[in-house]
Design a binder for this molecule. Sequence first.
Ligand code: 3IX
Length: 215
Amino acid sequence: MRPLAGSYLPEFFHEDHSLPKPSWSKDMRLLFDQFMKKCEDGSWIHLPSYNYTLFQRSQDISAFIHAYLPTASKLINEEKLLQAKIFTRNFEDGLGFEYVMFYNDVEKRVVCVFEGGPYLQGMPGCLHGGAIATMIDATVGTSAMIAEGIVMTANLNINFKRPVPLCSVVLINSQLDKIEGRKLFISCNVQSVDEKTLYTEATSLFIKLDPEKQV
Ligand SMILES: CCCCC/C=C\C/C=C\C/C=C\C/C=C\CCCC(=O)SCCNC(=O)CCNC(=O)[C@H](O)C(C)(C)COP(=O)(O)OP(=O)(O)OC[C@H]1O[C@@H](n2cnc3c(N)ncnc32)[C@H](O)[C@@H]1OP(=O)(O)O
């Protein structure tokens, strides 16, 4: 199985969605600039983000699924895989998930600057809990993938402590706590930009996939 080479992908697949857009709020842009500044000495790394998976070409996705998820592969329509896109990267600009992640290798931390747009409403004026869970999963998932490669979420435990105002910017801070064999334990919190409000706390367990096992 070969990793993705950009050359055979349509142009729009190359777009990095984690870069500033006109739809970003002032807070989002400010935090982006602050973290980019921290990247200058190499302590933090900006993580690009696309709306396709690493194995977008049908045979690459197919090879991946057969190797790692043989049971699921029996139920997957391979033609539809050509249309597959990353869940969080398919809303029009500014309406859904706007986010950018940064990674600190020494501290084993991934931080996500996230603004949930108006299409992510749950309770009136508030972000849907599922949208928060999605972005927590994406953030801790990124941390797990950086550490161990091909992983899946086995457990995600979330305490919603305060409602997140719709269209506000939050910081999702994740921390790789420990790795035990194939298990990765990653904790996370969601805070307001001024760090005065703790919205959410979460713990997660990721399992490194074992191609020898028939999951
Ligand atoms: C996958 C990446 C592919 C590459 C993609 C490339 C680019 C992507 C680009 C952008 C994406 C960026 C970021 C990521 C964004 C989002 C992340 C989303 C991730 C997900 O959204 S993913 C979907 C939800 N996820 C599932 O759909 C999993 C269903 N599930 C299973 O497929 C199996 O369950 C599996 C594989 C997890 C484990 O199965 P298995 O057979 O390999 O391992 P096994 O069961 O033996 O467990 C081993 C040891 O973990 C312990 N253990 C297991 N589960 C536990 C639990 N829940 N609580 C406590 N302990 C647990 C056991 O007790 C044992 O412990 P011990 O060894 O001590 O006995």
